[in-house]
Design a protein around this ligand. Structure first.
Ligand SMILES: Nc1ncnc2c1ncn2[C@@H]1O[C@H](COP(=O)(O)OP(=O)(O)O)[C@@H](O)[C@H]1O
Ligand SMILES: [Mg+2]
Length: 221
């Protein structure tokens, strides 16, 4: 166990479970695809909120570092819904927004895990300036800095249809993974999201009923 982490980070809390195994499979696929195409900086988004972006990105990041031994940075860039901050439970005082506003390096805002193979940067203090900062060239610089130091950099983005934020960084990153909640997100909404976003390299179907014992699973410990 790693102190502070929420139980829903099953790649750590229930690493022997069927759900953790699904994340390992996802991880291996993302790694293979990325090696084939040279993807390094990847953002996770979805059509609307609540589809599982944060849960998928955090489990993917932990699994990449733990099971594949990669050096990974996970950055929380959904400023309206900072659930990654809640899931890791012990955020640093500085976050992504501090990096954007004061020009300090990533080291000052990352929380380290798994013998320093995984760094997590939470959103930090959200101010009305957040989106303006996120859309600035400073984000591009941070992506370039991270690209040098990590095998993978994942961004937990806001949903695409609700806001334009998810597309802001599309030109600065290598690819986008779209998370779709099985049986919930209507097909036309997914189509609209796919049509509106560039660089989609893959789709994760989350909460497929065969594995939905997951919810039950992590709430009964
Ligand atoms: N496969 C799943 N099984 C059970 N609960 C899930 C699953 N995926 C997401 N959830 C739950 O749904 C809620 C929304 O997930 P979250 O990852 O925060 O979505 P998003 O980041 O897309 O808004 C959370 O409470 C999360 O624990
Ligand atoms: Mg989220």
């Amino acid at each position: 166990m790693i102190s502070g982490l929420d139980d829903s980070i099953v790649t750590i809390s229930h690493s022997g479970s069927a759900v953790a195994e699904q994340y390992r499979i996802l991880c291996a696929r993302v790694d293979r695809l990325s090696r084939e195409h040279g993807y390094k900086t990847i953002a996770l988004t979805s059509s609307v909120k609540g589809e599982g972006k944060t849960l998928t990105s955090v489990n993917l990041a932990f699994s990449m570092a733990k099971d594949l031994g990669k050096h990974v940075l996970l950055v929380e860039a959904d400023f309206r819904n900072t659930s990654l901050t809640r899931l890791i439970n012990r955020p640093k005082s500085k976050g992504f927004l501090d990096l954007l506003s004061n020009g300090t390096g990533i080291e000052s805002a990352r929380q380290l895990y798994l013998n320093d193979r995984l760094g997590i940067v939470t959103a930090g203090k959200v101010t009305p300036e957040a989106l303006k900062l996120f859309a600035s060239e400073r984000t591009k610089e941070i992506i370039q800095e991270a690209r040098k130091d990590y095998d993978y950099v994942f961004f937990d983005l806001p949903p695409i249809l609700a806001t334009a934020d998810a597309n802001i960084i599309a030109e600065w990153i290598d690819g986008v993974i779209l998370v779709v909640r099985a049986g919930e997100t209507p097909r036309d909404i997914v189509r609209k999201a796919l049509a509106g976003s560039t660089k989609v390299i893959g789709v994760v179907l989350n909460d497929v009923k065969t594995y939905s014992s997951y919810y039950y699973y992590y709430n009964t410990k």
